[in-house]
Design a protein. Structure first.
Ligand code: GLC
Length: 486
């Protein structure tokens, strides 16, 4: 069996703040289910990891990690779940904190984590065939493996894949801490340097055998200055090993037919539950309980690259000019938080601004929503449009990154329906408004609405196809099995 080790900063259900956690919580299981891989995942043992999991953990090893002049304790715990082995790197000084990220020493914390991951292999006697690392927090695993561990027994044959979930966050630091914090020296200067800074993502792109990102379109976009945040040169140079594989979503966790977070269950064949979920949400939020008005929803980090500027520019007109309800859930930039609170104040019968992060509530909104807005300026993959589709909400998206790859525009050819949502190309508030009006018009045509929503809900966003793409990528890197000579 081929051995794959995933390394990353978060994984559902243990600790997650965003899409990376969803992917590291579902792709490993999808790969393990094929029965062809021994799949393991390693992440930090954060404070957030619940007691229900800690109780089931087994201690695998205790050793010291040498990071420059520091000698740091490292414990490795393990837990089996859904045919996947999860390892947790224990060090309370680094990880027993009230949040996953956002600390002054994040660079040091993830340098420690990365060194611990590579060091761990010889202590637990597990050398993967493929080390598959994700985002800047795990970028140094690939770098340490290549620069510091290759000559040790067991490490020589490990092949590496590095996945970019979001190129905006690269791990950039001043060169003064190269030795002191990252335990690297002059020999690695050129490798880690980008625009005069240490750039951990750049170093991983250079070192890894293959680089992937989370949609084919984003793989093209990040070769351009508009999207690459300064890494376009490195990505063009390494274009031969770069590819895009669209994420899937966890079809068990996001399943309106059995989701314990929602009031009533439903499926494309039986949609009564969705109507009940809508009434339940209206009741919960104190909105008029009306089945005849469409509910528009936004569930997003309230950041401008998510297209919140476009929504802010036109939502007032959309709400004022149509009989609809609008619900937004998320936290982020205070200007958007305040904007939506103000909108609710103006339209108390139509708008709810839920300025919070709440997974269970988000599922109740997906289940109740009729139309889902996601006009991102950039979107490496995006999972919300897939979740919305699975819960029967019509997505209105901008054609960028994974939104372009997953949502195709609605059009009719005679009686035949094409597409699975409403899309627009330019980063334009007018285009967003116009496509939202088109989605509202479709919603107001019940027979067409029923057919279209059933089509949307049955679009396949499971991991089935994408896991096969990762398998093909791994196969390219691994030596073929011994030929049968009989
Ligand atoms: C990041 C990206 C998002 C993607 C997710 C999982 O959060 O911003 O687009 O879906 O990673 O890959």
């Amino acid at each position: 069996m081929k051995k794959i080790l995933f390394a990353g900063a978060e994984a559902m259900p243990f600790a997650a703040t965003g899409g990376l956690g969803d992917v590291l919580g579902s792709l490993p299981r999808a790969l393990a289910e094929s029965g062809e891989y021994d799949v393991r995942v390693v992440l930090p043992l954060y404070e957030a990891v619940g007691q229900e999991y800690r109780r089931r953990m087994k201690q695998e090893a205790v050793f010291s990690v040498q990071l420059a002049w520091r000698t740091q304790y490292c414990g490795v715990f393990s837990l089996q779940k859904d045919h996947v082995t999860y390892y947790f790197i224990d060090n309370e000084y680094y990880f027993r904190r009230p949040a996953l990220y956002g600390f002054f020493d994040d660079g040091e914390r993830y340098a420690y984590f990365s060194m611990a991951v590579v060091e761990m292999m010889e202590h637990i006697g597990f050398y993967p065939d493929i080390l598959h690392s994700h985002d800047w927090q795990a970028a140094l695993t690939v770098v340490y493996l290549n620069c510091l561990y290759r000559n040790r027994p067991g490490y020589g044959g490990i092949r590496t894949v590095f996945t970019i979930h979001n190129i905006e966050y690269q791990g950039q630091y001043d060169f003064s801490i190269l030795g002191d914090v990252f335990s690297l020296g002059e020999n690695e200067h050129t490798l880690v340097e980008n625009s005069g800074c240490i750039n951990l993502m750049k170093a991983a792109i250079e070192c890894a055998d293959r680089v992937t990102t989370v949609s084919p379109r984003y793989a093209e976009e990040i070769k351009t200055a508009e999207y690459a945040h300064g890494l376009e040169g490195v990505l063009n140079k390494n274009a031969g090993k770069l590819s895009g594989i669209l994420n899937g979503i966890d079809y068990d966790y996001y399943n309106p037919a059995k989701d314990p977070s929602i009031e009533a269950h439903f499926s494309p064949r039986s949609m009564v539950g969705k109507a009940q979920d809508k009434t339940a949400l209206q009741k919960e939020l104190g909105l008029p309980e009306r089945s005849d008005v469409p509910v528009l929803a936004v569930i997003s980090r309230l950041a401008s690259h998510k297209g919140l500027d476009l929504i802010a520019a036109r939502i007032y007109e959309l709400v004022a000019g149509n009989d609809l309800q609008f619900v937004v859930l998320g936290r982020g930039e205070s200007r958007f938080e305040d904007f939506f609170r103000e909108l609710e104040y103006r339209f108390p019968e139509k708008v709810r601004a839920l300025i919070t992060y709440d997974r269970a509530l988000s599922k109740r909104i997906y289940a109740a929503a009729d139309i889902f807005l996601m006009p991102s300026r950039t979107e490496p993959c995006g999972l919300s449009q897939m979740i919305a589709s699975r819960y029967g909400a019509i997505p209105v998206v901008r054609e960028t990154g994974g939104l372009f790859d997953s949502i195709k525009p609605f059009w009719m050819e005679g009686k035949e329906i094409h597409g699975n949502g409403f899309t627009f190309a330019n980063y334009s508030a007018d285009e967003l408004k116009e496509r939202t009006q088109a989605a509202l018009a479709l919603w107001n045509d019940p027979p067409l609405r029923r057919k279209f929503i059933s089509r949307i809900m049955t679009t396949d966003f499971s991991w089935k196809t994408s896991a096969l793409r990762y398998e093909a990528l791994y196969a390219e890197l691994l030596p073929a099995a011994e030929p049968c000579t009989v």
